[in-house]
Design a protein around this ligand. Structure first.
Ligand code: 5AD
Ligand code: SF4
Length: 480
């Protein structure tokens, strides 16, 4: 079954999987009647929000099949590793964990072990699992998540290693029955895949070509989420700024934001990720003018050096990027910016790192995800010359990080006395008086308050700006 060419997903597949959901549920209901407890599952998710969202879908399918979630390996009847291929260390951790589960499997014969996600889209990894991890029961790829109920049923029936990894995407599947664990916030996929082929990145190979969901399906999903109490959504895509480019009608990401914002009950809209080469003025004006769209933009720079940007195939220059930042700040004075940075890319010089450091200081990021370049087989950069030795990568990384941290901390400290609108998410920690939430700008803020404020918007005045978060006090209490 491995690496078969992708067939179109159609309604039959939705119905077929619904059939398997019902079948497995019947067996699980019988188990519950006999033993008065449900079978349990545990999912370990690596990597980005796309993967988290796929895990949400698996969770929902498993619950529909009558399983219950558990937060430990030891008590689980099904364990799924939903893996990430973006960097090597995440891959190594998965292998380590699979080794650990081998011991549990020895004493718990019925335990089902599955691995999914981006790692499985790489044939050499699947080969490795076939050879060295024969006790893995199920391997499936990023394009096969919807087929999980059917695959799980095959595991129960065939009692041998089942592998299904399609190597290309197809039509987007809508209407898979799944509920999700809902809080106040939810992710909504608006597109899948990526066409950008940054030379370091494995994602275009593991998640396939870019395709956008129809706006009606997105709006439907958001409407359902609102009915279930969601107040904040994050629209997800590898490059949300190119949403809709494959549609016949002219309809872009900014239009989608406008339409989603018309839905009653949605209070905040966020989105990620924005590729700088596609960020339009129209989008900047929507963030500025639409009260529901939050003033927060995640805008990966990757490197501040033009030579490295070119070699990464990022299709913008440092100057283009700084011009977008200027426009964002001019139009949206409180805009908060975060970024992704890679240090140690092949061919990088000390001057290239200095250029990145200067850019960090010039932009003034509020947060950043920072990475040491990791060679990914199959990507163009893996074949580049002048790979940077590990110790040099680490030294450069530390140098960059210390400047970045200083910048972020210094910005945080200027916020003393400022007032932010915070969506109250939860108690900060169990057994404290503090609540926790995020401002529109995505700042993490804690403050004293009672549980009945959870889910409400409150204004909080900052009394103690710490290094990477802030403490404050509520200055208005909503009518409860
Ligand atoms: N090595 C290091 N970082 C990477 N990223 C993607 N591929 C690699 C790689 N091979 C980072 C980029 C991207 C983020 C999600 O992961 O910064 O924006
Ligand atoms: Fe990877 Fe570049 Fe696509 Fe982002 S835009 S997913 S870094 S190829």
């Amino acid at each position: 079954m491995q690496n078969q060419i992708r067939l179109n997903i159609n309604n039959d597949e939705v119905l077929e999987n619904q059939y398997y959901i019902n079948e497995i549920r019947r067996t699980n209901d019988d188990f519950f009647l006999s033993f008065n407890e449900k079978k349990k599952f545990h999912i370990i998710t690596y990597g980005c929000q796309m993967n988290e969202h796929d895990s949400e879908k698996l969770t929902a399918m498993l619950k529909n099949m009558g399983y219950e979630e558990t937060d430990s390996y030891e008590t689980a009847d099904i364990i799924i590793f939903n893996t990430c291929a973006v960097r090597e260390n995440a891959e190594l951790r998965v292998y380590g964990n699979l080794g650990h589960i081998k011991h549990i499997k020895k004493t718990k014969k019925d335990l089902i072990l599955a691995v999914s996600g981006c790692m499985m889209q790489q044939p050499h990894i699947v080969e490795e699992i076939k050879k060295k991890y024969k006790y893995v029961d199920l391997v499936f790829g990023t394009h096969n998540v919807h087929n999980f109920p059917k695959l799980l049923s095959s595991v129960y029936e065939e009692k041998k290693q089942i592998i299904e990894v399609w190597n290309s995407e197809g039509r987007i599947l809508e209407g898979m029955p799944y509920e999700r664990k809902l809080g106040l916030k939810a992710y909504v996929n608006i597109m899948y895949g990526c066409n950008n082929f940054c030379t370091y990145c494995i994602v275009p190979y593991t998640r396939g070509r870019e395709r956008s969901r129809e706006k009606e399906n997105i709006i439907d999903e958001v409407n359902k989420l609102v009915q279930d109490g969601v107040k904040e959504i994050t629209l997800l895509g590898q490059n949300v700024n190119s949403y809709g480019t494959t549609f016949e009608e002219l309809y872009d990401f900014a239009d989608l934001l406008e339409d989603v914002s018309k839905i009653d009950g949605i209070e905040r809209i966020r989105f990620m990720t924005s590729h700088p080469k596609d960020l339009s003025d129209k989008l900047i004006y929507i963030i500025k003018d639409n009260p529901k769209v939050c003033e927060y933009v995640h805008l990966p720079i990757q490197s501040g050096s033009n030579a490295i940007l070119k070699s990464m195939n990022r299709k913008y220059t440092r100057e283009d990027y700084l011009e977008i930042v200027r426009k964002l700040k001019e139009n949206i004075p409180n805009v908060s910016l975060s970024t992704d940075i890679i240090i140690g890319f092949p061919g990088e010089t000390e001057e290239d790192v200095d250029a990145t450091i200067e850019l960090i200081e010039e932009v003034g990021y509020d947060s950043a995800f920072t990475f040491i370049y990791s060679k990914r087989e199959g990507t163009p950069a893996a074949r580049f010359e002048q790979h940077i030795p590990n110790d040099v990568q680490h030294k450069r990384f530390e140098k960059m990080l210390s400047v970045l941290n200083k910048t972020v901390i210094a910005r945080n400290k200027t916020r003393m006395g400022e007032v932010y609108e915070v969506l109250v998410e939860d108690r900060a920690k169990k057994d404290t008086d503090f609540l926790i939430g995020r401002s529109r700008e995505n700042y993490l803020i804690t403050f004293k308050g009672s549980n009945d404020l959870i889910g409400k918007l409150v204004d909080v005045k900052i009394t103690n700006p710490k290094n990477f978060s802030m403490e404050g006090e509520i200055i208005n209490t909503p009518v409860l």
